[in-house]
Design a protein around this ligand. Structure first.
Ligand code: CTP
Ligand code: CA
Length: 229
């Protein structure tokens, strides 16, 4: 588990990471959200910081403490997460989108608790698409950092992951098989396959998320360039 890498392998890199779910309010007491513990994103932040990088972790609501030496920015919704990313992205060398961003939010958040009515047996809430945060970064025309996304898939794993890499203009994508109950979401372990535009570049067998995070950061630091060097 100890890696034979120089301790300051990531020194001089500025890394921005999103992690955890986003929470989209429907009314003062209800919300829609995604299944995400934040463990993978926090492990990546910890690994990047341990390699000497300057790390900003933009986090949705999770039950985890910020890793030592990491600047943590707390957000709730996808729109807030995008704004926080925009605040830090211009000087970043690397962006890693680990967050399970809710794909939709309510078109309008009710300021008062939504009431059941006696007449209607159904309730319709209009949802609108959230901004795609990692694609926004991937498509930046200036100051674009090395951009890494995750793909959580249950089927057609490789095809869907590679399609996301292309569509979101990513440099690298990390594929998670979320149909496999032994890994992902709340699990302490993960098993991932990594692609760049030329195809599969790595596969890491089921291991604790902190170990997977070290391997991923090693790959990312080897591929990314620093803006100021
Ligand atoms: N992502 C994002 N902003 C969104 C949705 C997703 O930044 N609004 C990022 C995630 O953080 C992840 C990648 O995009 O790095 C892939 O997320 P995923 O949910 O697998 O892909 P989607 O494009 O949302 O497609 P779908 O859920 O339909 O499979
Ligand atoms: Ca999604």
């Amino acid at each position: 588990q100890t890696r034979l890498l120089p301790k300051a392998f990531g020194a001089g890199y500025k890394v921005v990471i999103t992690a955890g779910p986003t929470v989209e309010d429907l009314d003062p007491v209800r919300f829609i959200s995604n299944n995400s513990s934040g463990k993978m994103g926090y492990a990546i932040a910890q690994a990047a910081a341990a390699f000497g990088a300057e790390v900003t972790l933009i986090s949705g609501p999770v039950n985890l403490d910020a890793p030592k030496g990491v600047r943590r920015i707390d957000v709730k919704s996808a729109v807030q997460m995008l704004h926080a990313v925009e605040d830090y992205i211009k000087s970043a060398d690397i962006f890693i989108g680990c967050a399970a961003v809710a794909d939709f939010r309510a078109e309008t958040i009710s300021p008062v608790k939504i009431k059941k009515s006696e007449e209607a047996d159904t309730l319709t809430i209009k949802l609108v698409k959230n901004p795609d945060i990692v694609a926004t970064v991937g498509k930046l025309e200036s100051n674009r950092p090395f951009t890494v996304g995750f793909a959580a898939e249950t089927n057609n794993l490789h095809d869907f992951a590679r399609a996301k890499l292309e569509k979101k203009h990513l440099d690298m994508i990390v594929l998670n098989d979320v149909s496999n109950k032994a890994i992902g979401f709340n699990s302490d372990d993960n098993e991932v396959t990594v692609f760049d535009k030329d195809g599969q570049i790595a596969h890491f067998e089921k291991q604790p998320k902190p170990v997977i995070a070290q391997y991923l950061m090693e790959l990312i630091f080897k591929s990314a360039k620093k803006k100021n060097s």
